[in-house]
Ligand binder design. Sequence first.
Ligand code: ADP
Ligand code: MG
Length: 648
Amino acid sequence: MGEVLLNIVDVSRSFIAGEQELTVLKNINLQICRGELIAIIGASGSGKSTLMNILGCLDKPSAGSYFINGQDTSRMDDNELAALRREYFGFIFQRYHLLGDLTAQGNVEVPALYANEGAQTRHEKAKKLLTRLGLSDRLDHKPSQLSGGQQQRVSVARALINGGDIILADEPTGALDSSSGEEMMKLIQELNRDGHTIILVTHDPHIAEFADRVIELKDGEIIADKQKRIPVKANQLSTDQQASKTSKKINWSRYLEALKMALIAMSNHRLRTFLTMLGIIIGIASVVSVVALGAGSQQSILDNIASMGTNTIEIKPGTGRGDRRSERVRSLTADDANALKILPYVDSVTPTVRTNVAIRYASETVTGSIQGVGTEYFRVRGYALAKGQYFADDSIDTLEQVAVIDANTDQTLFPDGNALGSVIFLGRLPVRIIGVTKPIQSVSDNSDELNVWLPYTTVSGRIFRQNYVNDITVRIDANVSSDAAEQGIISLLTMRHGTVDFFTINTDTIRKSIEKTSETMTLLISAIAFISLLVGGIGVMNIMLVSVTERTREIGIRMAVGARQTDIMRQFLIEAVLVCFCGGALGIGLAYFIGMIFTYTGSSFQMIYSSTSIVAAFACSTLIGIVFGYLPARNAAKLNPVDALSRD
Ligand code: ADP
Ligand code: MG
């Protein structure tokens, strides 16, 4: 007899079935040598498959020891057992157990993948084996496109790809017709002659004829062990087949294949995958758009405020914005404006008198906003001169009939560009144009409004005949606290009027409060969006759990051919992350689409997408994949190979 390869010592295996314990294997002792061809026979239920599973390290004995090549398997952890399955054993099952999603070649390559074989070698080996088994024209066929005999030969090729020192075949001919069965047995004999140790389980005495040694089981005990012939001297397995056992380096192939498997699984359930993604898509799209919307509206409001002047305080008559009587309050005068100039932190001041009268030039009549202002108006509002000049203090004193117009009016009335020096009529008052301003960047100002500015004395003296002003605008020094300046202005005017018959609007305060409200809004809506992401994540977890249950048999097969727990875990985790990642990408796409629609519908402002929110959205969706994919992935990895395999 040759060297003992597998040594089973006093092995028992019992199962807990409900209340009672069922002992399926009782004190089995069995030595198997290299190069043997053994048949284990026995009636159905005698424990053959249970013994086979223990031999193949798919199952562990309840008592006793099992040595492989002298190594005690009871001392090994799950990963080492997976390595043994990968490196020593090749399994052939009664029902073939091929992966339905993969081609014949893909199926054969699976064990090599887990053994860290490079893609090139893997392809070549698989092709060579399939060719040898007469399947060279079936490489790209899925299992469902192959006959039973062909499927079984694919599974033989799979058993051989990592060397297959010991081939364990559980009823390999059980599902085949008699001629394919005979062929299969001839193939097995041939492999045995090539040096493979073969253990096959059968209930068919005819099949057992092919074996050199027949072991008979009955009720979990060996009742006969007949050596029919001495095995032909086994060949040493070629070195090529041994080589794969040494490769230990990190192989990105396994990650790539896991990614491929995830894509296959996703595309096999497109609708389900999409519906799962939908939660993530909606969540991410809403987070990104809400943030963009908030940023956009905030920006537009701030632009508006900026266009009112950098740091200005407006003083209006009345008690507040909603005061209807403020039109009739005539307390503010140009003298108030002049008085404010003495305050040290006041940069510039202008009173404003407003009216709407027809503007006429030649045969053209338009309506526009006529404003009587002080000389500092343009500084307060931040206007710049395009051509000509502003009116000076003289013009104020003499009620001069001169005007500065804005770029809009210039274009409307003087398309030829001859505005300077021309005389226009405001109502019946002729005024000469002395200056044109540059367009000002403002989002809110009706950009098509026409503005004509005159000295305020001209408006109140020659058009209105009134001595009060509509409002006063103060620009304060940039480095002064606007709140303090506001207080100073209020107390000065209160002193002058003897009562508070005016109110102030401080752009700085408005800006601050807008910033604060929009921050709060963003936070609030983001919280809602976050909840929707959470719900999406739970959806992903749910579907992944279903997926694990559905693919239990696949997991069993993968474990039988040597997948580590980490391999299984990785596969499902990658799938979950991929679903979430794609969902995140689609969600961001959707957010941009919403932004486009938003712009098309002619809203007054644009959504502003910040790269931070997009990166955060991606990170968030990927994280959801990891967090909610972890539990299902771990469930899959913790499955017991035997249980998983027996599942339908
Ligand atoms: P066979 O010789 O037909 O292959 P098995 O080894 O599959 O027999 O099963 C032997 C006995 O062990 C059967 O009676 C079966 O019901 C029982 N058995 C096998 N696996 C389990 C299990 N996981 N839990 C409980 N009983 C089991
Ligand atoms: Mg069985």
